[in-house]
Design a protein around this ligand. Structure first.
Ligand code: NOJ
Length: 744
């Protein structure tokens, strides 16, 4: 259906239309449609409903098919598949103006191909690889009729109790910004108009990750400076990279629900940042203002949301029910409604939907993406890159890992044969357990050949008090040369609405680890989870530990690759791992305070706990390799700089081992004295490099005044003259430092 032609023809018969030039840009085209629309049709464009699969209560009223035919719905979520989207689009084509529907979907870490969860991918520090998995998600999803993906989630996560840390890139605004940009680029591909480019949606605007107590949907209270310094950078970077849409959030920020927050949406997003895309609410968040106690009814809620800059109402019915009245009363200017509709129509034009509303609903293309072997291979590679080696002690003169193929291996633990748990939260159930999902057990068989007699015991369940399997597991361990355990969380223990006050390894799993440890056998523990967990005993006593997160459908193959050294682990933690929940929120870029503890033992009238060191169990940026890297002394091009000069920082990194490996060199800066206090260190650059055995590479980083800049008390982004520490290392804790002076 060449729908645009219909609209242009319609435009020409309108009185006064003769003077209007043929529209050329998406904006002009959107305006040409806008002029034809009734108020009800405009409101329809702002109304988004879900199909049957939901992440919140589905509003029962109304027959959606009838509403689509009447042009009362502009977008749908949770409706997938070339056939189904085509079916609904056909109904939209029966509406008066034939404005195509926009189909949105939560595709958080892959569609047909499930990649590692976003937090795991962030551990790769590999921006190209991250962009590539987002690209594949867009290719597969767009082939199933989806135009718009509700990702990336770019919320900073400093609190592992918050279940949604799994969806983001961790605690750091710099790394988070780089990854946000990579994901947007991947999703939006070579630009709208291509059938495999989808609209990205940054979420959740804003500060959702700072929910008090790590409890999902909870309030956020923070200074505007903190907002700008820590929580907004990934949004800003991704908007600058062209992200098409933004979703606001469930939380209130300083007492004002984000959905009705004009500071966030009008002043910052659409004002300062000149964002030209549209803002969608989160599920029902327009009407939830009444529950927050910010609106007395949904009419007031609708008014506040649209005036504050929220364009589309997701599953809320507030706009649908009240916007017309509000406009007629003069409470909401028509110009604001037009602005919201125009923003949405522009995206529909840019996608090419007016020209061909079915261009994404292509059964043939969908079938081709059903089981794409290349995508599967990339899922395996991404999974190997996401694994973080936390510990690899030497026992009997050799490190436990990598394993050797002749060793007799016992696989023990409740996750060893589990397949779906590896997929993690926010994944699709396309697969029958045994078809495409690779458990650790299957991955080890694939590696060693199914004739290999691997020993196995489950040992315990994921989350109960039953220890009856311990004896069998210990007996199995006794027969092996080495034990590999896979423990962690079930797929639904971390995610939306999955906040936890206790983030220790669930159930009897650590007790099982202790029991196996008592056998005296060399052992490796793999921890699969959506968030940083607490496992102090394991960390202290088990000689080899890999944090595997949730690695997706190729999890087992990837774990086997790393266990046997076919891939040398290179992941680095994107979040600090706490010692106890009492340390949370925990992050490396904290302020020094007036009474900092000089070390973990200092407790006397310093900013410390009397019962706990301040340092995390594993620091941000940390991760080992089977190779050993040595950093030479960092060289600075200058120690005194002035104005817009550039500082060159050079460091030689050598692979001192006999295996090739990758290292992520990290550069941090501390501004020693500021007009507002500055963090003890901030990541400003990083580079991931491959080094052959014995090889040395010289890394050069260019530091400019942009790397010194911060938001001052007037919220101006600026730098101040003074002393700065430049730090380089393989993680945020173990760095070498040199001081420079930078004058204005
Ligand atoms: C609620 C979640 O907060 C959001 O991230 C998601 O995109 C929507 N539901 C739609 O499912």
């Amino acid at each position: 259906m060449k729908n645009l032609h219909f609209l242009l023809a319609a435009l020409c018969v309108l009185p006064g239309a003769i003077a209007i030039a043929q529209p050329k840009t998406a904006v002009q085209k959107a305006d040409s449609v806008l002029r034809l629309m009734t108020l009800e049709e405009k409101i329809g464009q702002l109304h988004q409903l879900s199909s049957d699969f939901a992440t919140g209560p589905i509003t029962p009223d109304g027959d959606k098919q009838v509403q689509v035919r009447r042009g009362e719905i502009g977008s749908m979520l949770n409706l997938m598949g070339a056939a189904r989207t085509r079916q609904l689009q056909t109904l939209a084509m029966q509406s008066r103006l034939k404005i195509p529907l926009l189909f949105g979907q939560d595709i958080i870490h892959g569609f047909r191909t499930t990649f590692p969860i976003p937090l795991a991918e962030a551990a790769s520090w590999d921006l190209q690889a991250i962009e590539q998995t987002a690209r594949i998600a867009a290719i597969e999803a767009s082939a199933a009729g989806i135009h718009w993906i509700f990702a990336p989630m770019v919320d900073i996560g400093r609190d592992p109790r918050w279940g949604r840390v799994m969806e983001g890139a961790g605690e750091d605004p710099f790394l988070g910004s780089k990854i946000a940009v990579a994901r947007v680029k991947g999703l939006q591909g070579k630009g709208f108009g291509n059938t495999d480019a989808v609209l990205a949606c940054l979420k959740h605007f804003a500060a959702y990750g700072a929910a008090v107590g790590g409890r999902d949907y909870n309030s956020v209270d923070m200074s505007e400076r903190m907002l700008w310094e820590t929580y907004l950078p990934p949004f800003k970077a991704a908007i600058e990279a062209g992200a098409a849409t933004v979703m606001n959030s469930f939380n209130d920020l300083n007492g004002i629900p984000a959905t009705a927050n004009a500071l966030l949406q009008q002043d910052i997003l659409k004002g300062k940042w000149k964002f030209s895309g549209f803002v969608v609410s989160d599920w029902g968040s327009v009407s939830e203002q009444t529950i927050h106690g910010y609106a007395k009814d949904t009419m007031q809620a609708a008014m506040q949301a649209i005036l504050a800059g929220n364009d589309m109402d997701m599953e809320g019915y507030a706009y649908h029910k009240h916007l017309a009245t509000l406009v007629k009363m003069g409470a909401v200017p028509m110009a604001r409604v037009d602005d919201a509709v125009r923003r949405i129509l522009i995206k529909k034009f840019e996608l090419g939907l007016f020209e061909d509303p079915y261009k994404f609903s292509n059964e043939q293309r969908e079938k081709e993406q059903y089981d794409n072997p290349l995508h599967k291979q990339i899922a395996r590679e991404m999974a190997t890159k996401s694994i973080v080696l936390l510990k690899n002690d030497t026992v009997q003169s050799r490190p436990i890992l990598p394993l050797q193929r002749h060793q007799k291996i016992a696989l023990i633990g409740p996750l060893v044969k589990s397949q779906k748990d590896n997929l993690g939260f926010w994944s699709f159930d396309f697969d029958d357990d045994s078809v495409r999902l690779v458990s650790l057990y299957k991955g080890m068989q694939n590696k060693l050949g199914s004739s290999t007699s691997m020993l196995y015991a489950k040992g315990c369940n994921l989350n109960d008090t039953d220890t009856s399997g311990f004896a069998e597991a210990m007996a199995v361990a006794m027969q092996a040369d080495v034990v590999v355990m896979q423990v962690g969380e079930a797929r639904d223990m971390t995610g939306e609405a999955k906040s936890k006050s206790n983030i220790q390894l669930p159930g009897m799993q650590e007790a099982l680890i202790k029991a196996i440890h008592r056998t005296g056998k060399p052992m490796v523990v793999l921890i699969s989870a959506g968030r940083p967990l607490i496992f102090n005993w394991t960390a202290d006593y088990v000689p080899a530990i890999m944090y595997t997160w949730w690695l997706g459908m190729e999890a087992g193959n990837a774990m086997a690759d790393v266990l046997f050294g076919d891939y040398n682990p290179s992941g680095k933690l994107p979040m600090s791992f706490p010692r106890t929940e009492g340390q949370i929120p925990i992050y490396y870029n904290y302020y020094n305070t007036g009474r900092p503890a000089q070390n973990d033992d200092q407790r006397f009238y310093v900013s410390a706990y009397i019962d706990l060191p301040n340092s995390p169990k594993f620091p941000f940026g940390y991760g080992l390799s089977y190779a050993r890297f040595a950093y030479g002394e960092m060289q600075l091009s200058k120690q005194q700089l002035k104005g817009n000069e550039i500082l060159q920082v050079t460091v030689a990194v050598t692979n001192k081992s006999n295996v090739a490996g990758e290292e992520v060199a990290q550069l941090y800066i501390r501004d020693l004295v500021g007009s507002v206090v500055r963090p003890v260190k901030e990541l400003k650059h990083f580079r991931k490099i491959m080094l052959q055995p014995g090889e040395t590479k010289e890394l050069k980083f260019v530091v400019s005044t942009n790397d010194l800049s911060f938001y001052n008390s007037q919220l101006q982004y600026t730098w101040e003259a003074g002393e700065f520490d430049i730090m380089i290392g393989g993680n945020s804790r173990d760095v070498q430092t040199k001081r420079i002076y930078w004058n204005k």
